[in-house]
Design a protein around this ligand. Structure first.
Ligand code: AMP
Ligand code: ZN
Length: 471
């Protein structure tokens, strides 16, 4: 059975869904004001492994909601700087997030709502009305605040000292420190130049925290949900406030398990714009690495440990993937027959070790070790010609099953199948070359052929036209 570390209890606990076989999970998604960096993607890749473990190791159905935070202090500031309406501003960031997530092999959650979708804004308004009815709110200067002194359990997740709570002190910004817990804003009074809505809350816009509480409960069904997840920096104030809002509105526990992913560091430093080490997938590609290698690197360490990104680490990840890819090719070359209990025992042992690693709070490092133990043992069996075709098939099946969870080799195979130049560009160049030949500019035609060949694409002229293939 899967054991998950629960931030709420600071313990590993056995996990099973509350209702039937469906695990209902909410992950705080990206704030769409910039391209997500590799630190953000550490969190999203680890949560993808949680999702895949629930499905493929534990056999649960998963209903996952991951939101786009498309209205908050940062997105509004970005839209104002760009001088465009908020949704127009966030749209391209959502698109690029989808593309990056797909490149990293992240399975698409069942629901990816935007906070500014009307149904969600209405759910936020309804929740604030319920909080009001239950005596947890007050209004000042057109904004509505959550009064934390009205909720005895406030501070349970982050474990703050309730003595530190300053009754009546307020905060309007989305992010603040846990040393200074305050009444936080639920709905901010409308200000010139900001988008504004009114769903029974007076004109204004939602605070960041109410968005997730409302979307989680609207899209996952009544509380408690099974799992709520995000990066470690979200514990306070975001998740503490989400609990306060949901529990204050429904009088029921909000989430059974709280899962938090530790931070990614870059060359031992915190990622920050001033250090110039905020890398996106674009920087990874510019250094000649593919997304599969980043995914591997992000999984090479346990999600609750800080992970240090280095370029050497990326080289090692490439090497590790290469070993697995070579090993799979070698399995295809096996021709022997007969029975070899050692191979079968190696497969069985690796399957057990892999499962138990993931069941032990998603220990991906140990799961990868189980994969490489199998590679080593079976390589030795191939060297000694002590493996049959059907046993090699069993090994391949085990490797496929491991990769359903890790998602690295299938990603590398998809990358390998991609043409080295985008298909639209190849088509355009073929057309340009045809036109060049028509006007008998054979120098230009040869140049196009030559340049494509250098980039790994060969052109073949047939009576029916020109076709291309990978070199
Ligand atoms: P944001 O787009 O800022 O809302 O962040 C999206 C997710 O990335 C959140 O779950 C954050 O906790 C997480 N995150 C931010 N920085 C890092 C980092 N350096 N390492 C891992 N996760 C991070
Ligand atoms: Zn959230």
């Amino acid at each position: 059975m899967l054991r998950l570390y629960n931030t709420l209890t600071r313990q590993e606990e056995p996990f099973a869904p509350l209702n039937g076989n469906t695990a209902r999970m909410y992950a705080c998604g990206p704030t769409v004001y910039a391209r997500a960096h590799i630190g953000n993607f550490r969190t999203f890749v680890c949560l993808d492994v949680l999702r895949r473990t629930l499905k493929y190791v534990c056999g649960h159905d998963v209903r996952e909601v991951m939101n786009y935070t498309d209205v908050d202090d940062k997105t509004i500031a970005g839209a104002q700087r760009a001088g465009v309406p908020l949704r127009e501003y966030t749209e391209p960031w959502i698109k690029v997030f989808r593309e990056d997530a797909a490149q990293l092999g992240i399975e698409t959650p069942e629901e990816m709502p935007r906070a500014t979708d009307e149904d969600n804004l209405r759910a936020m308004g309804d929740m604030i009305v319920a909080l009001d009815r239950n005596g947890h709110t007050y209004r000042r200067d057109g904004s509505t605040y959550f009064k934390i002194s009205t909720l005895p359990q406030y501070g349970r997740l982050v474990k703050i000292d309730r003595e530190a709570v300053k009754d009546g002190a307020r905060v309007d910004v989305d992010e603040y420190s846990k040393d200074d817990p305050r009444d936080f804003v639920l709905w901010k009074a409308s200000r010139p130049g900001e988008p504004t809505w009114d769903y029974g809350t007076g004109p204004g816009r939602p605070g960041w925290h109410i968005e997730c509480s409302a979307m989680a409960l609207r899209l996952l069904g009544g509380p408690p949900i099974d799992i709520h997840a995000g990066g470690i920096d979200l514990i306070f104030p975001h998740h503490e406030n989400e609990i306060a809002q949901s529990e204050g509105a429904t009088n029921q526990p909000f989430a059974r398990f709280w899962v938090h992913v530790e931070h990614l560091f870059v060359e031992s430093e915190k990622m920050s714009k001033s250090l110039g080490n905020v890398y996106t997938l674009a920087e990874i590609a510019a250094r000649g690495h593919r997304a599969s290698a980043l995914r591997y690197l992000l999984l090479s360490s346990h999600y609750r440990k800080q992970l240090n990104f280095t370029w050497t680490g990326m080289d090692q990840a490439e090497e590790a993937i290469g070993r697995i890819v070579d090993f799979r090719a070698r399995l295809d070359s096996v021709t022997g027959d007969g029975r070899h209990p050692r191979v079968q025992a190696a497969v069985e042992g690796a399957r057990q070790a892999f499962r138990s690693a993931l069941e032990h709070d998603l220990n991906t490092a140990a799961a990868l070790a189980a994969v490489f133990d199998l590679v080593r043992d079976v390589n030795a069996a191939i060297d000694a010609q002590e493996i049959s075709v059907s046993e090699a098939g069993g090994v391949r099946q085990a490797m496929d099953d491991f990769d359903r969870v890790l998602g690295v080799v299938s990603l590398r195979q998809a990358e390998d199948a991609q043409p080295p130049v985008a298909v639209e560009e190849i088509d355009r160049l073929i057309e340009e070359r045809r036109a060049a030949r028509q006007r008998r500019d054979f120098a230009a035609s040869d140049r196009i052929r030559h340049e494509l060949a250098e980039r790994g694409v060969l052109l073949e002229d047939n009576p029916g036209g020109t076709r291309w293939k990978k070199k």
